[in-house]
Design a protein around this ligand. Structure first.
Ligand SMILES: [Zn+2]
Ligand SMILES: [Zn+2]
Length: 187
C-alpha cells in the first residue's frame, strides 16, 4: 500500500525553525499493524495520532514526535480482552549521507549500515515517515500484556479467573517452593 501523502515530507519545505505536523491515521495503512489485527493480536480502537517536529540539519532531518492510540489486547494471564492506551515519544534521524559511503555505493548496504548507526537512509528530496512511525507504534506495545498489574490469572486446574473469585481447587503452591529455592541459592 502506498504511504499516505501526509507522511511524506519534502525536505525543502522544512523551514528553519522546523516543520510541525500532526496527523491521525487508521491502523490499516500500516501493513505490520494490519497483520497484527488480522492475526487477532490486537484491535485498534482509535486512529493513530501523532504530532511531530522535523528539523533539517544539512543532509539530515531530525524528527521528534509523540504518538498515541488505543488498542484492545488480550491479557496474557487471565485471557480477558482489555483496552490499553499506547503512547510513546520517539526520535528518528533521517540522513542522505552515511559516513563511510559514497553516493554510488550499494543502496542495500548503505541502508543496513545506516540502521546500525540508528539512522534511516533516504535518497532524493523527500523523506517518508511511514515505516519509521510504524516501527515506533510496534515498539509502543507492552512486552507482556496484562489487564492490570496484579492480575491473578486463571486457576490451572479449573480455569476460573482468580480475579473474580477463589475456586476450591487445591493448587500446588509452586510460588512458595520457588521462594524456598531462591533463599537456598542466596545462602
Ligand atoms: Zn488479566
Ligand atoms: Zn480452580
Amino acid at each position: 500500500m502506498e504511504a499516505p501523502e501526509m507522511m511524506r515530507i519534502h525536505i525543502d519545505q522544512i523551514p528553519e525553525q522546523g516543520l510541525i505536523l500532526e496527523f491521525a491515521e487508521k491502523a490499516d495503512v500500516f501493513p505490520i499493524l494490519a497483520n497484527m489485527m488480522k492475526s487477532g493480536e490486537c484491535t485498534f480502537l482509535s486512529p493513530i495520532k501523532t504530532s511531530l517536529r522535523a528539523i533539517r540539519i544539512g543532509d539530515m532531518v531530525e524528527v521528534e514526535g509523540h504518538l498515541a492510540a488505543v488498542v484492545r489486547l488480550t491479557c496474557g494471564r487471565c485471557l480477558i480482552e482489555y483496552r490499553s492506551p499506547l503512547e510513546s515519544k520517539y526520535a528518528l534521524t533521517y540522513t542522505r549521507l552515511v559516513p563511510g559511503f559514497s553516493e554510488d555505493a550499494e543502496q542495500a548496504e548503505v541502508k543496513l549500515n545506516a540502521a546500525d548507526m540508528g539512522l534511516i537512509y533516504f535518497q532524493g528530496e523527500e523523506i517518508n515517515l511511514h515505516d519509521g512511525i510504524q516501527e515506533q507504534i510496534v515498539l509502543a506495545f507492552p512486552l507482556n500484556a496484562v489487564c492490570k498489574e496484579n492480575c491473578k490469572g486463571l486457576c490451572p486446574i479449573c480455569g476460573a479467573s482468580l480475579n473474580d473469585r477463589n475456586c476450591d481447587c487445591v493448587r500446588d503452591s509452586t510460588d512458595s517452593k520457588f521462594a524456598v529455592l531462591k533463599n537456598l541459592k542466596l545462602k
